[in-house]
Write a protein that binds this ligand. Structure first.
Ligand code: C2E
Ligand code: CA
Ligand code: CA
Ligand code: CA
Length: 279
């Protein structure tokens, strides 16, 4: 590289160096973490308009031996870059299906659903539909209890194959939800062609729904759009009674957020389900 002058040479920027080392460590750590079973799913309840828990969203956590509990924002990007999102995502799907099978044995929990996040890279993999089919068959669950949360970024390109694949998943009987709706771009004409069951309003809109007229308008528009397409609408990141009331008034079907519960490890979730009034 040409010299950019004394003041701009920074090959040994220590901050950059340590960021790169940390990333590399996370990358190889991830693989051994998977091998050693250090990943777990937390579950965040979703409630209906009456406040009854109808299901949960499964959210990955990494219980690292030295660094403790690591949130997905710190390892999902690395997992995507390295391709490890494929085995990690498969593990999440299998674990969620095993949990659904356990719940199916008790009448009080038999109707709960689990939503699993699917990254674009996972969805695009040629074996994804087969994987979902195998998970359903091996666990013996009713497929509609499994909800796949797909992100809007899936709609940026390769539309025809995306629609076809979503159709194949739908044919398996699973529920399809479009996550983080409103953040990216997706045209209304495209939305109409997708075999979706549900839209999720991103928490970025929910956060300011009472203070920012734009966010209120967006939330209202998403709910109206969902209703006109006969889709269910779920709001994530609901933290206050006022937010819930506003969204309820607009016609939102389901809610998820700290107002109801944080994401919980399975033992705590099962305790909450066994005695929902105690919380
Ligand atoms: P997401 O799918 O949008 O999930 C919602 C995030 O909002 C979760 O963060 C959840 O803990 C958080 N949240 C829930 N309620 C509230 C609230 O009331 N207020 C606020 N401020 N936040 C709330 P989390 O668990 O850190 O997950 C972050 C992201 O990581 C997820 O965003 C999802 O994109 C990704 N992720 C998590 N698990 C998986 C997975 O198994 N596979 C893939 N591909 N991505 C995952
Ligand atoms: Ca999600
Ligand atoms: Ca979100
Ligand atoms: Ca805003």
């Amino acid at each position: 590289a040409k010299s950019m002058g004394r003041n701009t040479l920074c090959f040994f920027d220590p901050a950059m160096q340590s960021a790169m080392t940390a990333n590399a460590r996370t990358g190889s750590d991830l693989r051994s973490g998977l091998r050693r079973g250090e990943f777990l799913l937390y579950y965040q309840p979703q409630v209906d308009r009456a406040g009854v828990i109808t299901g949960v969203e499964a959210l990955l956590r990494w219980n690292h031996p030295e660094r403790g509990l690591i949130p997905p924002s710190e390892f999902i990007p690395v997992a995507e870059d390295t391709g490890l999102i494929l085995p990690l995502g498969q593990w999440a799907l299998e674990t969620a299906c095993a949990q659904l099978a356990a719940w199916a044995r008790r009448p009080e929990t038999a109707n709960l659903s689990i939503a699993v996040n699917v990254s674009v890279r996972q969805f695009r993999h040629p074996d994804f539909v087969d994987l979902v089919m195998a998970c359903i068959r091996n666990s013996g669950i009713r497929p509609q209890r499994l909800k796949l949360e797909l992100t809007e970024s899936l709609l940026a390109d390769r539309m025809e194959i995306t629609i076809q694949k979503m159709g194949m998943l739908k044919a398996l009987g699973v529920t399809l939800s479009l996550d983080d709706f409103g953040v990216g771009y997706s045209s209304l004409s495209v939305l109409k062609r997708l075999p979706l069951d549900q839209l999720k309003i991103d928490k970025a809109f929910v956060a300011d729904v009472l203070t920012d007229p734009n966010d209120a308008a967006i939330s209202r528009a998403i709910i109206a759009l969902a209703q006109s397409l006969s889709l269910q609408v779920v709001a994530e990141g609901v933290e206050t009674v006022e937010q819930r009331d506003f969204l309820t008034y607009q016609g939102c079907d389901q809610f998820q957020g700290y107002l109801f519960s944080k994401p919980l490890p399975i033992e705590q979730l099962d305790a909450l389900l066994a005695n929902p009034m105690a919380g």
